[in-house]
Design a protein around this ligand. Sequence first.
Ligand code: NAP
Length: 335
Amino acid sequence: MKLKGTKIVLNSIPAGIPKKDDFRLKEFEVNEPVDGQFLAETIYLALDPYVRVTMVGRHFFSTPKEGEVPRGSTISRVIKSRNSNFNEGDLVVMESGMQSHSISDGKEVHFVKTGSAPVTTALGILGMPGFTAYSALLGPAKLKKDDLVLVSAASGAVGSMVGQIASIYNARVIGIAGGEEKCEWAMNNASLDACIDRKKDDIDQKLTELSQNGVDIFFDNTGGDIQNIVLSKHLALNSRVILSGMISQYNSNKPPSGPNLGNICKQRATIYGFVVYDFEHMRESFVKDAVDWYEKGLLNYTEDLVFGIEKTPAHFIKLMKGENFGKTIVQFMDL
Ligand SMILES: NC(=O)c1ccc[n+]([C@@H]2O[C@H](COP(=O)([O-])OP(=O)(O)OC[C@H]3O[C@@H](n4cnc5c(N)ncnc54)[C@H](OP(=O)(O)O)[C@@H]3O)[C@@H](O)[C@H]2O)c1
């Protein structure tokens, strides 16, 4: 008899903030791996903001149709292998999507390497989000000592690593986060020198007080009003802008009209459209450095974790409302 799995499928393509009815839980029969493949069971599923963008066809990854499983990175355990590079029991990071089992040919699959850190960090600070911060800062942002770095969504998986890596390199960091609790956490754990509460503070006024000559690196995770304010007035001469993410527009089916980029020119700023997958050549040094920093006690993180595949839609909706606090993860089964 074939093994039964469970998956989340799209009932409908969400319009605006996703609703529970946009998703449904479905059973499926798990296929057997053929030569060159392995079968894995999902232990942890990461919920990442870009998945919402794939649903409206504005991402370079394919657009899921109604009835299909949305994307998702997972920590999975190999349970049957017909691929000589993978053995039963191996823990891997792979793109299984929102489902309990998946088959892979091993391409773009990485072994979990987190040293003494908990394995879930392979989806957060020691995984793709942490690698985004690392490769962008040490790559195109050309991070250096005494730079003033501004990062939005500063308590999040990407943002908190931006603060901590910048601080390890002796730069100063201003964060922007939503609410007092997130600002307090980021000040204490993500090495911020100052935090602007996007829900309460006047961002323009605060930035004028905190960075009289503008910021050297703007690591933009949100886009929207924050991006407009920073690009129009708060860049230093020769600054570097990393366009990492624009979560403020992910729930909208149409992209918004663009900002006035006059100040980019005046300040000779470099804007860099950043995609972490272009920086595979830095993965090995990232894993080595980040595990080493964790083991020296230099890295903190927070997770927003729930148990049970059936909680996936509600947890994804929480992320897309900006109500998550930390790396958003669903645990499907015990490790
Ligand atoms: N370019 C790449 O290769 C790459 C790779 C990974 C991630 N990213 C991007 O990096 C960003 C952060 O990802 P993450 O996984 O670390 O998520 P995260 O920061 O853990 O969670 C998302 C956060 O975004 C903020 N937010 C949500 N809606 C917002 C809105 N309308 N306006 C302003 N802020 C809003 C919220 O934080 P506050 O309430 O604190 O503002 C929310 O907690 C996303 O935009 C993602 O797409 C890019």
